[in-house]
Design a protein around this ligand. Structure first.
Ligand SMILES: [Zn+2]
Length: 330
């Protein structure tokens, strides 16, 4: 396979704190010999595990970039045993545009794996992670939130995998993250996901959904920072005491957890995030926007559980995710 065109401007394997970039040549109208400069920090101190830490896999999700910028700016080499590879904005062009996907090629990073060294900008970044950065890692933490169109209760997630040994290590790391909610997921459509790339290499993945709406809050940022620190302590890369609070365990075992809109309209939430719902409850209504005197379309829960995600904007389109119900573990 061809070499990837990305080069780091700092060493990936030397002790100390190094701040630089992943430099991806990208010739374009406004910069003939230009590059995409993806911020990167590597902090290494001796031998030990490597954590690969990413935010803004989707460009409009902010808890990860905030927690990772703080970690990069405040961690000293002597605080670490092993190595931190910190990329606060995985899909950097999308992050700069404030959009989920890249404005350059419309690439969704979490559908671009394993990527291509001779593909689009998004595919080249994916390929560099697949073939260069991930093989260096023992654990990957990839921060997500709902972005502009979804909102979530704050949770860390781990996948149900065929490889039970990897699954066990992923669940232990999710528990260490200790978000207010912990969710086990059976991924229905895992092709192209970064998560799948990590897990198929037998590495530990912690993923999150920490909020949404296209911004972050004091609470969601605090959850991101605490969880990140806890995971790094769990792996022995940082030292100190983990902060452990109560977590609510949930699962998303099948399609019945998800409700999708079958029309355009005005979104009315009937429950708020975190509230218990029963099978048959109307969790949202969608009013027609173009006439009065009509009844709204009702969307009913297909399982008992907690409302863990909802459509965020006030208007909704056909096909949009209305809400997600998480199942409380018995
Ligand atoms: Zn995301």
């Amino acid at each position: 396979m061809k070499a990837n065109p990305i080069s780091p401007t700092i060493p990936l394997d030397q002790d100390g704190v190094h701040h630089g970039f992943l430099k991806l040549p990208y010739s374009r109208d406004d910069s003939a010999w230009g590059s995409v400069m993806i911020p990167l920090t590597v902090i290494q101190n001796g031998k030990g595990p490597t954590a690969l830490l990413t935010g803004a896999n989707h460009g409009d999700e902010y808890e990860g970039p905030i927690a990772l910028h703080e970690l990069a700016a405040t961690t000293r080499a002597e605080d670490v045993t092993g190595r931190l590879i910190i990329v606060p904005a995985f899909n950097y062009p999308a992050f700069r545009a404030g959009t989920r996907t890249s404005p350059i090629d419309k690439g969704n990073m979490n559908r671009a794996f394993p990527g291509r060294p001779d593909g689009t900008v998004t595919e080249k970044i994916a390929d560099y992670f697949q073939r260069t950065l991930l093989p260096l890692a023992d654990v990957a933490v990839d921060f997500h939130s709902g972005g502009k169109t979804l909102d979530f209760v704050p949770f860390a997630a781990a996948h149900i995998l065929d490889d039970k040994e990897t699954q066990k290590a992923c669940f232990a790391a999710m528990k260490a993250f200790n978000a207010p909610y912990s969710v086990e997921l059976l991924e229905i459509d895992s092709v192209g996901m970064y998560d799948t790339a990590v897990e198929e290499m037998g590495k530990v993945l912690v993923s999150t959904e920490l909020g949404g709406g296209g911004s972050s809050t004091a609470r969601s940022n605090a959850i991101a920072k605490k969880g990140l620190r806890n995971v790094l302590i769990h792996f022995g890369i940082l030292h100190g005491e983990m902060q452990v609070d109560d977590t609510i365990n949930l699962s998303m075992p099948d399609d019945d957890c998800f409700l999708f809109s079958e029309g355009d309209g005005l979104y009315e939430a009937m429950f708020d995030l975190g509230q218990p719902v029963s099978k048959g409850d109307v969790v949202a209504r969608v009013w027609p926007v173009d006439r009065t005197g009509q009844t709204p379309q009702e969307y009913r829960a297909r399982r008992d559980g907690l409302l863990i995600s909802r459509h965020f904007p006030g208007l909704i389109k056909s096909g949009d995710c209305v809400a997600v119900v998480g199942v409380t573990e018995i």
